[in-house]
Design a protein around this ligand. Sequence first.
Ligand SMILES: [Zn+2]
Length: 497
Amino acid sequence: MRTAYRCRAYPGPEQVTVLNRTFGCVRLVWNKTLAERYHAWRVEGKRTSYRETDTALTGWKRTQELAFLSEVSSVPLQQTLRHQHAAFANFFAGRARYPRFKSRAGKQSAHYTRSAFRMRDGQLFLAKISAALRFVWSWPEIDPATMNPTMVVVSREPDGRWYVTFAIDTGDTTAGGSGPAPGIGPEIGIDLGVADFMVDSTGDRVANPRHLERKARNLARYQRRMARCQRDSVNRRKAKAMVARAHRKVRNSRQDFLHRQSTRLVRDHNLIAVEDLAVANMVRNKRLARAISGCGWGEFRRQLEYKAMRAGKTLVVVDRWYPSSKTCSTCGHLLAELTLSVRHWTCPACRTRHDRDINAARNILAAGRAVARGDTLGDACGADVRRQGSPLPQSAVNQEARLRKRESPPQGKKSRWCQTWSARAGRTPVVAGSDNSPGEPIVDTRFTLVARATARVGCPGRCFTPTGMVITKYRTGEYTSDSTSSAHPSAIELFRA
Ligand SMILES: [Zn+2]
């Protein structure tokens, strides 16, 4: 596992000169290579390999007008070629957009691999810079003198602040032994929202911080002020610095908020269940785009993932089609429809009055529990709910592919499976259609079984009930239930029928 530590750096005047020149060269190499790549593709129709770009770089250093490229460390220049190569690989794989040119106004960075820096007594020495780069270390439990980083990244933000990032390989040893086994101990389900940032299954709410909004308004004001300034004027430059500062404040307070929340959750719980939100699709809604982007759900999920992995805790991401809001967490009744404006509702079956978000969080927790436990159920393949925990880290690529597949909801085959199930149970199912769950959960008059469409006939499948029971169907046509769970009594009865 790789960990990075980022801290403020304070380069001296000569160091600033060298680093700025390095940034300039990195940018030039990136942009020139990108332009030549594009040209080679459009005019000659051929792809450019990493080796070719590297050879071209050596060639540029020999020419008179680009001889200054040799004045800076060669490592950051080669690294930028590698990054561009990776960017193109991601582009061709459909994971990313076409790489863009780098601007001198944006964030600047230079990557130094082991051959280009040295750590001595906790001091950092970079290639082509004689004095040590001063940085402020903010992790008292880690001694920078004993640190062995694999990479050092020096960066300058548009607001003029300098940072240095140390990337460290911690090996495969996650802190797995520190906590109790996953699935035991405190568990929590989380429903993310816009008005309340999150509501958990215990009923606690964390409001969306208002101060972010106020800072965003400030940012808009500085941007307007800058827009009124004359181009290339001193005042515009000053206004621009203010905009960069305002951006930093928004960014930092959001990060601070998300880190506090995710750390608290991972520290206090062994199992955390969250919903898989299609953020990329949701921001397409123009009215909600800003509100949703401002929440930072994607970043929050990322933090939960790595923190859970580091602490040996289990994070379960519940399928996006799981009707968490519409299902009654007490009896399992599934509503046919529940509009967004309804904040409270009463279950028609058991008369429980629900808060929309708390109910959803409870359902997410139940689903998460079922999935975490379902791992022991052998060859069950109806894994429509993804499990993510310390023993099974998933690569970003893999997830991306799955997400992509998920864009089109699974269809067909569900009814046959449902029918088989209810025929065995001797009951007539009522299939409830719902707008966002193409799985079309089955609604039984006595008990609601949320059977997923992905559980195919003739194939082992698994489904879970809102109460947490896991029902598995095997190829032989047999069913088993997870009897250890707190299954709904009527469900077991139904199951035995
Ligand atoms: Zn109910």
